[in-house]
Design a protein around this ligand. Structure first.
Ligand SMILES: [Zn+2]
Length: 376
């Protein structure tokens, strides 16, 4: 009955193929955080980059939701409270980094998804085009009542509460690290080496065995850096968690929109190589006051921006919250805004991303994809 057994094998294969996506577990999670990457910014970035609407890779991701970004004490969040919600499942006050205010005036640390991963032996990585101590990356590994406490954030980076801490760190803030570690009488090289890192300014350090930290003060090419990070993290058979933040604040609209397109290219590339057992999430911590209000089809957006925008930013830089750039194509009010942002997802567990949801739900989505239970 050879044919019979082939039929049985085929049927079993069909059954395996029919396991609903919600029942499949992820081995890895990659969270792409577009800082200030609201819907208006994505819309304008796609048109600027490709001359057609909905042309971003993000806009082709199979599961999409609208995520509320309000914080515990404000309708409009800052990056600290915004990322705390996503990384810990708790809304907190603006300015607080993965910590809750407590009634005695102190603060209570909130366990982050990165810490859940470290505790379970996964590899972890944090890559950002902002300073590594800034609110968004800090909310993955640090717990401080004020996002401004740079010294404490650097200290906690090297004194993890779970596992051996973040395995790959890439970001800016080299000069800040020198100033902060000097207060403890050491150089960043000494401090990171003591904590078991290969440390330097070159992203080529990443990709091999062992832990690596790259701090620099200049921009770096995003795709090679994130590919090298994946190469390194995916050596761990238990899996990995990677958070990539790309700043896309449009207080300088040209720069912000270029960064949005840059991150989109990165997500397209990483989605192609990450493997089917990886939950990939894109979201923003909050939106921003950019509006597209004109522009003609078949005419490059940049050429239609007749107003001298650079001059306008300079003039308005001292007046946050005012309209800083206005021309026939876009206007920008220099402020975070409170409307929902998109969350887009692919991979195991991505089907939990749908409808209107709270940013805190994205923590639950990541936890459920890994099959982990929430601790209180
Ligand atoms: Zn932000």
């Amino acid at each position: 009955m050879k044919f019979g057994s082939i039929a049985v094998v085929a049927a079993a294969g069909a059954l395996l193929g029919a396991v609903p996506a919600s029942a499949q577990k992820a081995r890895n999670v990659i969270l792409f955080l577009g800082d200030a990457g609201g819907v208006p910014t994505l819309n304008a970035a796609g048109i600027m980059a490709h001359d057609r609407p909905q042309s971003l890779f993000i806009q082709s991701m199979p599961h999409v939701a609208l995520s509320d970004t309000s914080s515990l004490n404000n309708w409009v969040t800052d990056s600290a409270a915004g990322m705390t919600a996503i990384m810990t499942g708790n809304k907190t006050n603006n300015g607080m980094v993965s910590a809750l205010p407590s009634p005695d005036g102190g603060n209570k640390p909130l366990k982050t998804f990165l810490e859940y991963a470290e505790q379970r032996g996964l590899s972890t990585g944090v890559v950002t085009n902002m300073p590594i101590w800034d609110a968004t990356p800090a909310a993955t590994f640090a717990h401080v009542p004020s996002r401004k406490d740079k010294d404490q954030i650097f200290r906690q980076m090297l004194q993890p509460r779970f596992g051996d801490g973040v395995d790959v760190l890439i970001g800016k803030g080299q000069a800040d690290a020198v100033a902060s570690f000097a207060k403890d009488g050491v150089t960043p090289d000494q401090a990171f080496a003591k904590a078991g890192y290969r440390f330097g300014h070159d992203t080529a350090l990443v990709g091999g065995a062992g832990r690596a930290a790259v701090l620099r003060d200049e921009d770096f090419a995003p795709i090679p850096a994130v590919e090298a990070t994946l190469r390194q993290l995916s050596r761990n058979p238990k899996g990995y968690f990677l958070m990539v933040e790309w700043d896309m604040h449009t207080d300088d609209p040209q720069k912000g929109l270029r960064h949005a397109a840059e991150m989109d290219d990165m997500i397209r590339r990483i989605s192609a190589i990450a493997g089917k057992d990886t939950l990939i999430l894109f979201t923003a911590d909050h939106s921003f006051g950019l509006r597209m209000r004109g522009g003609k089809r078949h005419a490059p957006m940049a050429q239609q921006q007749s107003a001298p925008m650079a001059q306008q930013y300079a003039e308005a830089a001292a007046k946050p919250g005012t309209t800083i750039a206005s021309n026939p194509v876009i206007s920008v009010e220099d402020t975070h805004t409170g409307e929902e942002v998109i969350a887009a997802a692919s991979g195991p567990g991505a089907n939990r991303v749908h409808g209107f949801l709270a940013n805190t739900h994205l923590f639950d989505v990541m936890l459920a994809a890994m099959g982990w239970k929430k601790e209180n």
